[in-house]
Design a binder for this molecule. Structure first.
Ligand code: ATP
Ligand code: MG
Length: 233
């Protein structure tokens, strides 16, 4: 069995009298250690997929598994622990706590986990060893995203989920963030899922899930993914 499994997952939002089908029978799997890119146009259902995988949203039907656990069967309390302990999230707009320093932001997230990595060491690893005591407002967008990635990694999670992690960054900085995510995935063996609308990112993935109208329209496996340092878009 694969490490991540989606089996015929549907998500319908009820908006008053209108039903919005965000995910419409999605089936895919991701192996341990893979960098997975989930790509598709706006409104295709990418964020909804990521949120269900991360336990932030529940499917209407279907089965979601991570390792030997069935995420789609968890109750609210189990989902809270799952989000806290097992998942590292990276968002487009970093979501750092503004009145805590870089190292404090990382420590805050890691302290609720049983087996965290040392905050300063992880910040060193993402290239911010010299900015530990800076507040988010004193850091560039790319540096803030590195802190956010360090925060996710320091939890020592089962899985890293990134929703448009380069969406707010310029080209070069975005590329460096992709390199960091690719290196993290390959060095730690933790699977990383990146949601994007940018087809160029698919070159660096071990596995690509193309999403269209709430379905996996195509799944590709790259036996020789490109290094993030060399991709152009
Ligand atoms: N909480 C919600 N309530 C109602 N409808 C929602 C909700 N979340 C998403 N949707 C709808 O579900 C569909 C898929 O949304 P989703 O955010 O997953 O798309 P996306 O692929 O991430 O798009 P984008 O690239 O613009 O971020 C859209 O039609 C959206 O309006
Ligand atoms: Mg989205």
């Amino acid at each position: 069995m694969a490490f991540i499994e989606f089996q015929d997952v549907r998500k319908v939002y009820h908006m008053g009298s209108v039903d919005v089908t965000a995910v419409d029978g999605m089936t895919f799997s991701v192996e341990k250690g893979e960098l997975c890119v989930i790509v598709g146009p706006s409104g295709a259902g990418k964020t909804t997929v990521l949120n269900m995988l991360g336990g932030m949203d529940k499917p209407t039907s279907g089965v979601i598994r991570l390792g030997d656990r069935v995420v789609s069967d968890m109750d609210d309390r189990q989902l809270t622990y799952y989000r806290r302990l097992d998942i590292g999230f990276v968002f487009q707009f970093y979501n750092l706590v503004q009145n805590l320093t870089a190292v404090e932001n990382v420590e805050l997230a890691a302290q609720i986990c049983p087996d965290p990595l040392p905050a300063a060491e992880v910040l060193e690893r993402v290239g911010l060893g010299h900015r530990l005591d800076n507040f988010p407002a004193q850091l560039s967008g790319g540096e803030q995203q590195r802190v956010a990635i360090a925060r996710a990694i320091a939890k020592n999670p089962q899985l890293l989920l990134c929703d448009e992690p380069t969406g707010a960054l310029d080209y070069q900085t975005g590329k460096q963030i992709l390199e960091l995510l690719q290196d993290t995935c390959h060095e730690t063996g933790q699977p990383v899922c990146i949601v994007t609308h940018n087809l160029a990112f698919t070159q660096i993935a071990d596995r690509v899930i193309h999403v269209r109208e709430g379905r996996a329209s195509k799944i590709e496996v790259n036996s020789h993914p490109a290094s993030a340092a060399t991709v152009e878009w």
